[in-house]
Write a protein that binds this ligand. Structure first.
Ligand code: CTP
Length: 405
């Protein structure tokens, strides 16, 4: 058994399904693993299992939605949401998943869930027809995108007599999923991290622009990993096609000049700045408020002027204690060009990738890179961008530790 649950506070939401009886076993296992367990039951759940059972097993008072003493409930739900390290909903009925997906808060459980900002783990349990219904599947997708994790449901014989998918996972499996959620080291707690992602656009007229192939995936992977490791993450997002992770704060920009302004404003307050965006280096000297029309057979000559180098400007304004990370997208002389960027942009770390290699660079799920820092280099062979994000964050923390010593 891992130590992940020792001393941690788990809020367990129990909703009204037949699998609610298994919640008793889950509470004992969580307690045995060293967690403090606070149970919130919906009114329907109390039809399947009594609050007294859970109160006895958890050795804590159980919050049941009785609609009594509303002032106390107000305070209680905020307090629980604040202190929980993990929020588990088991069993999670189709109804509670729908409410969570759409932000409904009409009882203690859903109100507390809405006030909670940390990791949520759901163990769905329902009849297979309900589980496979497009409405439920859409809700699950919304929740997944928001970072909610799931364990089960599993296949087998259901309480309604049908065979199919919909059985809640066994308490032991849910316990393991809880450990996996908490096992992540929160080694970035207290750090303010800014990540840029995506490609900027330079508009010629209302419908035409110059941009690049950046999907935002590497920046998003870094933002997601930093969030999971406990950092407060500000995502400065240009144009992206990848799926955006949940972050603490998000700022959208269109052009490199807009990115520049946002960075000049935001960077002084940050501890770690990771610039994974691909800002367009040039903008059109002249732009048009109306669509440019073609002129029979004549050439169109467009002039461009250089945009500010955002990373360099951030580097020039750096203050002590900050760690600055840039990327270098190259198609030749990878290491030589990237090493120059470490100095010219006043960075602590450059992640260099040869964007012409298969499996690396823009738009792919994977990447191949070399991390270049003052005093060393480290090769990162082909791996997913999620894995690479973890390696980059590890390196950042190592650099920060080195500076303190
Ligand atoms: N970058 C920036 N502002 C720019 C261009 C790039 O802040 N106008 C940042 C990128 O976010 C990245 C790093 O600088 O972290 C390197 O980007 P890259 O496109 O590789 O280099 P450039 O500085 O544009 O140099 P070149 O295109 O000449 O290789």
């Amino acid at each position: 058994m891992s130590d992940a649950l020792r001393g941690r506070c788990v809020v367990l939401g129990i909703t009204g399904g037949i699998a609610a009886y298994k919640a008793a076993d889950l509470v004992s296992r969580l307690r045995k693993a060293g967690a403090e367990v606070n149970v919130i039951m919906t009114r329907n759940a109390t039809q399947f299992i009594t609050p007294l059972t859970l109160e006895t097993l958890s050795a804590q008072s159980v919050v049941v939605d009785t609609f009594e003493r509303p002032e106390r409930r107000e305070v209680e739900h905020v307090a629980l949401a604040k202190k929980a390290d993990l929020f588990v909903v088991a069993p999670a009925t189709a109804n509670v998943l729908a409410k969570m997906a759409h932000g409904l808060a009409d009882d203690m459980l859903t109100t507390t869930l809405l006030a909670f900002r940390g990791q949520v783990l759901c163990a769905p349990a329902m009849n297979s027809g309900m589980y496979l219904h497009p409405a439920t599947q859409d809700n699950l997708e919304i929740l997944r995108k928001r970072g909610v994790r799931f364990v089960g449901p599993e296949g087998g014989r259901l309480a309604c007599g049908d065979d199919g998918i919909g059985r809640m996972s066994e308490p032991q499996t849910i316990l393991q999923a809880c450990e996996a959620c908490l096992n992540r080291e929160r080694d970035m707690e207290g750090l303010r991290v800014l990540v840029t992602a995506g490609g900027t656009r330079e508009y010629l007229d209302p419908v035409r622009y110059l941009s690049n192939e950046s999907s935002g995936r590497m920046g998003f992977a870094l933002a997601a990993a930093a969030m999971e490791r406990g950092a407060e993450v500000t995502l400065v997002k240009a144009f992206t096609t990848a799926e955006k992770p949940p972050v603490s704060r998000e700022i959208s920009v269109k052009t490199t000049l807009e990115l520049y302004e946002v960075m000049m404003r935001e960077c002084p307050g940050m501890d770690v700045i990771i610039q994974a965006a691909a800002p367009a280096d040039y903008r059109f000297r002249k732009t048009y408020s109306e669509k440019v029309k073609k002129t029979n057979g004549q050439e169109l000559v467009l002039e461009m002027e250089e945009n500010p180098d955002v990373a360099r400007a951030v580097g020039e304004g750096r203050r002590t204690g900050q760690t600055l990370v840039g990327f270098a997208a190259e198609t030749g002389n990878l290491l030589e060009n990237a090493r120059k960027k470490l100095y010219s942009k006043h960075l602590d770390l450059v992640v260099a990738n040869d964007v012409s290699l298969p499996g690396a660079g823009f738009g792919t799920e994977t990447n191949i890179a070399t991390m270049i820092f003052h005093g060393g280099e480290r090769e990162l062979t082909l791996r997913t961008k999620d894995e690479m994000a973890e390696n980059i964050l590890d390196q950042i923390l190592e650099i920060r530790r080195g500076k303190k010593e």
